[in-house]
Design a protein around this ligand. Structure first.
Ligand SMILES: O=C(CO)COP(=O)(O)O
Length: 263
């Protein structure tokens, strides 16, 4: 293990929830629930729908809040005749720092392949955005004990052709599909097993310097009640939160995980 300290990163993936009025309200409530010190200790990120981004930018910049934001998807293309798509340069212009790529809901409902995910990660870097690169296994793979191999293969494919300094910046989110929106959280040991295996794979391929710099999140039914024990694991550097990120109090409490007792 190196001596790199990885700043915890808690990101709220709002999915297809909240219009721009509701987005503004949620940002205001978050700002009221978290102190500057708490936001300093943990990188706090929101990933609203595209249509909310301008409003979220205005709210965050207006009050100089230490909250980062980003999008839930990106086009692999830079610009052009791609109806309905959003380019990385457009997201960068709105002040986005992050973009989620390869979320299981996009892989499943929009047939996103590892190859497309890899192209989107490259598009994000070209636009100066940091990918939150999602991987995770479905229930049948987990039941057949194929989860580690599945996730490390997704990591290999997603990072193909990237430079080491890009890989160092990336955030990887391990989200077991069977734990998303189901209330079935993976145990902290389950989360550590895969997050640790991902880091070991990164070390094998790119060296321990790179592996120790990458932040790895766990996602899947994260709540204020279970965050502390998940964050206590050595290779878990943060969380990607879905449903619980729509409630300001709950999300703020997740961000304050250092004040909770791990159970
Ligand atoms: O998919 C997720 C975050 O990207 C997790 O969603 P839930 O927290 O609602 O299970």
């Amino acid at each position: 293990m190196g001596d790199v300290t990885r700043k915890p990163i808690i990101a709220g993936n709002w999915k297809m929830n909240l219009n721009h009025y509701e987005a503004n309200l949620l940002i205001q409530k978050l700002a009221a629930s978290l102190t500057g010190e708490q936001l300093e200790a943990v990188e706090t990120v929101v990933l609203p729908p595209f249509t909310d981004l301008r409003t979220v930018q205005t709210a965050i910049e207006g009050d100089k809040l230490a909250i980062a934001y980003g999008a839930q998807d990106i086009s692999k293309h830079a610009s052009g005749a791609y109806t309905g798509e959003i380019a990385g340069s457009m997201l960068a212009k709105l002040g986005c720092t992050y973009v989620a790529i390869g979320h299981s809901e996009r892989r499943e409902y929009h047939d996103e392949t590892d190859e497309l995910v890899n192209a989107k990660i490259k598009a994000a870097f070209t636009a100066g955005l940091t990918p939150i690169f999602c991987v995770g296994e479905g229930l049948s793979i987990r039941e057949a004990s194929g989860h580690v191999a599945h996730c490390t293969a997704q990591v290999d494919a997603g990072l193909d052709g990237l430079k080491e300094d890009q890989i160092k910046q990336i955030v990887i989110a391990y989200e077991p599909v069977w734990a998303i929106g189901t209330g079935k959280t993976a145990t902290p040991e389950d989360a550590q097993e895969v997050c640790g295996a991902i880091r070991a794979r990164l070390a094998e391929k790119y060296g321990s310097d790179v592996a120790e710099a990458v932040r790895i999140q766990y996602g899947g039914s994260v709540k204020a009640a279970n965050i502390a024990s998940i964050m206590a694991k050595p290779d878990v550097d943060g969380a990607l939160v879905g449903g619980a990120a729509l409630d300001a109090e709950e999300f703020a409490s997740i961000v304050r995980f250092k004040e909770h007792v791990a159970r």
